[in-house]
Design a protein around this ligand. Sequence first.
Ligand code: GCB
Length: 559
Amino acid sequence: MLYPQSNEFRDVISLNGIWGYKIVDEDFVPRTKSTGLSPMAVPASLNEIVTDKRICNHCGKVLYEKIFSFPVRSEMRYRLRIGAVSHKCEVYLNGKKIGEGINGFFPVDLELTGYLQRENRLSIVIDNRLSFDTLPVGEVRGGKQFITFDFYNFTGIHRDVMVYSLPQNAIEDIAVETIVDGDYEKLRVHVRTDCKKIRFSVRDKEGNVIAESKENVFSVRNPKLWSPAHPYLYTLVVETETDRYEQRFGIRKVEVTENAFLLNGQPVYFKGVGMHEDFCVSGKGNVSAVNVRNFELLKWLNANSFRTSHYPYSEEIMDLADEYGMMVIDEVPAAGMSYWRDREVFAEDRVNGKTLELHKKLFDMLVDRDKNHPCVVMYSLANEPACNEDKCREYLEEIFAYARSKTDMPLTFAEDVKYGTEKCCHLPDVIMMNRYYGWYDGVGDTDCVRESLKQEMRQMHLRYRKPVLLSEFGCDTVAGMHSCPSEMFTEEYQTECIRENCQALDETEGCIGEHVWNFADFKTKQGLTRVGGNKKGIFTRERQPKSVAFYLRERWEKK
Ligand code: GCB
């Protein structure tokens, strides 16, 4: 599915801005214009905006409505695109249901042709409840949402909403496959359209045409490769008699060996962070200013990568990652599959075959959405599933086999169970380990960090003969809190703990990188260990540095 674009054949109309919203009953259907709506911003999370606690904590359905009109041209096709709605939704136009969304982190893209009138009422009935039939998973208990994952379960329309027009016989999809062939790079372009006559051309960064073809397989001479140091991007222009689409792409090759992750044939070390789409007031809403600020800070840190923990991020973020040269570990929204504590989570009445089917579908949707981004160097299939459970092994074996049948890209998942009890590390190409030595493990003790971490990573690497990446480590830190000697929650402790972790990694064979948890402080559900959210950020939620940022900036400059 292509991102909407405007040119002489296509148009995009934004529906962002102020919508009306209200809480609605279970069986609500927006047949007629609703009354009693209050203003709400789109994109944004309503929980960060409202002042009424009941609305903030509402678990169930919410109506969002917007009236719009524009000059409809009879020769065009029209589609609606909602970048993301958390979590499920039913979409109505002028009282008629036109489709639904099944997950909070993917676009909902629906046909509008034939439904549009002079004035239109777009109604989106959001269901924010999580269950074992959704991803991430959760459970409604006594009318309240129970979750085990550690980020706030925001409700809202989180990404851009637009109506876009397409010509008849539009170009429906483009996939650019790059194949290294001596000094040339062969491109194989897969296009979905009803048109037979297609022309391809490739423009370099300066806009010069460097290749043209009527066939879908052709060469680019002496290509400039994409990498964090040189994030070179080309533009492929696909033209038919009635349509044109410009698809950005980059040429790069990724491989995994026993000890290394190779980008364009060279070992690369991942320096970066796990992140969240999270900001004050906007919540999970896509805000361009915040996105650009985040990338400026990543560059300032000398980072070269991040993981989209724990769900796919907006397309705007993926575009910026291509441009800024950030390698992305692109994660499916499979979180919450551990720490249920009472009994196993992989069970007939919990994470089961139905969850797996959804998981497969979402993997397909992720690859379909992100396939042309050179920044994506690896897909992550889950965060911290209970991989000490036998049924989890069976489940992950299935999802890994499925994903491998769909992509050649390296696959991974983040695991957090102690060496010796893990049952799933034979599956990924790279073993991502989330470890909190000096925090959850060795509370207040940074002396234990170095040896414990080194030993566990070495054991993992030797047993599975795969590269290992420390995908989460860190400690909660209240900005501005200090102590000498260092104590937990102070900036001194965070720097000390992270330094100890990093030094262990410098001495660990097969270690291909470090992702600090987290880029910035973020909102979570309330809990005894969360004072105003998770405070493991290198930056505050407002995006100002804590002391550890200066340590990492210096370390990563040299690394
Ligand atoms: C983890 C999770 C992450 C949490 C983090 C923490 O292992 O993957 O989602 O936020 O720990 O801070 O506890």
